[in-house]
Design a protein around this ligand. Structure first.
Ligand SMILES: [Zn+2]
Length: 240
């Protein structure tokens, strides 16, 4: 017990050179919007209130030092009430990183990527990293990724694709299937994140019209081109 208390006490003594990098990391974590001491503590970046005080004497002094250090990098800490990064700004940055990597960035890859924003604003804005990826894909497509149902309409030979808009439980299902498939077509690998004009659907592997179910295992991500190709092959196979 004594030793623990001693270590804790020691750990609370920091020098400015040790605290400043953590404050800079915090600024990035909060997407360069002003943050309070309470925000800083809740971000759990490894330095306590006592640590900050031991280096700077007070929180306001620490913030002053942070602003000076940021200004040297050409960054101004935005006022919390006025500045909010727009969805577009978040997506444009995601587009840049996604294209640089050539695939969906994992959280870990995102943090290493040197992105303007940490993944924190994505997480809080969209309710999670994977959801943020889905919103980004839909932003690029200009419409939602839908689960496609192939139903026999009018003439029995004619298979007409119909679409279901995401709603309720299917929203979670879409997310899981897309995440599993890396937000790209499982046949050709094309993704709206990389190429404009690519449209993704969720396709039933065993067709819905043949009793295939709308489940995680029976859905896959296809681009519109591959989806159409598949439809044609199936019609040829049937000798229509
Ligand atoms: Zn494809």
């Amino acid at each position: 017990m004594m030793e623990y208390k001693y270590e804790r006490h020691r750990a609370d003594k920091y020098r400015k050179e040790q605290v400043l990098p953590v404050l800079l990391a915090a600024a990035k974590h909060f997407a360069y919007v002003e943050f309070s001491l309470r925000d800083f503590i809740s971000a759990k970046l490894g330095i306590s209130r006592g640590g900050v005080d031991s280096a700077y004497g007070s929180w306001s002094e620490a913030m002053r030092a942070l602003r000076i250090a940021l200004r040297a990098q050409g960054i101004e800490l935005a006022a919390r009430s006025t500045k909010r990064i727009s969805d577009d700004e978040l997506f444009i940055e995601m587009e840049r990183i996604w294209n640089e990597l050539g695939q969906r960035p994992s959280r870990h890859e995102w943090e290493k990527s040197g992105s303007k924003y940490s993944f924190q604003p994505y997480k809080t804005r969209f309710g999670g990293w994977t959801k943020a990826c889905l919103r980004f894909i839909e932003w690029r497509m200009g419409k939602p990724v839908v689960i496609e149902f192939q139903e026999i309409v009018k003439t029995p030979q004619k298979i007409v694709p119909t679409e279901s808009l995401p709603r309720g439980p299917s929203d979670r299902l879409r997310l899981r299937v897309l995440a599993r498939d890396g937000f790209r077509c499982v046949l050709c690998g094309h993704s709206p994140a990389i190429e404009r004009g690519v449209v993704l659907h969720l396709d039933h592997i065993v067709p819905y019209s043949k009793g295939g179910r709308t489940t995680f295992d029976n859905l896959r991500t296809l681009c519109a081109a591959c989806n159409q190709g598949r439809g044609n092959i199936e019609e040829l196979a049937k000798g229509v």
